[in-house]
Design a protein around this ligand. Structure first.
Ligand code: ADP
Length: 188
């Protein structure tokens, strides 16, 4: 299985991605996690992306595409994977298309978690507070939601046109949402 999971920041992609990856025995690849690991290790890439991430913007396509191509080239991702947080721009969609064409592979499904923006901002503010993530200011959280709406939400149409979308209501308990995703994938 080769899948994507998309949806606005705070919709629970990372949590659900872990469950789906386990179920299908494929690696969950999160670009956000890869960037965060680089930031916390202080690598050159981390230094480059730290500020962009704190402000809620997107890391450049060239850097992001290279990181994904690299990760998908590892043995565990050769046959299947679940991408979480990528692609986020049209340039990234095109880069992924080219990468998969090169590997003579195709996507099987694109899972979309739907959620209301105000609900998400409330959720993320709570998380920022309890986890002590000071870079998660209300301003940065709102910028991230707006960036998603402007740059990433339109990409759903591309995958809808290809008949790949599995849309799921992202509000509810972790298990509840997980079951909706499983049912949606089974129905395909
Ligand atoms: P969230 O779900 O809150 O958006 P992520 O962990 O997916 O969090 O991403 C955190 C940050 O990492 C993003 O706000 C962005 O700055 C950067 N990032 C992650 N994935 C990408 C991507 N595909 N393209 C550009 N920037 C990305």
């Amino acid at each position: 299985m080769r899948m994507l999971i998309m949806g606005p920041p705070g919709a629970g992609k990372g949590t659900q991605a872990k469950g789906i990856a386990e179920r299908y025995s494929i690696p969950a690849v999160s670009t956000g996690d890869i960037f965060r690991a680089n930031v916390s290790q202080g690598t050159p890439l981390g230094l480059e992306v730290k500020r962009i991430m704190a402000e809620g913007g997107y890391v450049g396509d060239d850097v992001t595409n290279a990181i994904v191509a690299d990760r998908l080239g590892e043995p565990d991702a050769r046959e299947g994977f679940l991408l979480d947080g990528y692609p986020r721009t049209l340039g990234q969609v095109e880069a992924l298309d080219a990468l998969l064409a090169d590997r003579q592979q195709a996507l099987d499904a694109v899972i979309v978690l739907r959620a209301d923006t105000d609900e998400l901002v409330t959720r993320l503010l709570k998380r920022a507070h309890t986890d002590g993530r000071e870079d998660d200011t209300e301003e940065a959280i709102r910028v991230r939601q707006a960036t998603y709406a402007a740059e990433t939400a339109p990409l759903l149409d591309v995958y809808r046109d290809r008949g790949l979308l599995v849309e799921v209501d992202g509000l509810g308990g972790v298990d509840e949402v997980g079951e909706r995703i499983a049912a949606g994938l089974d129905a395909r």
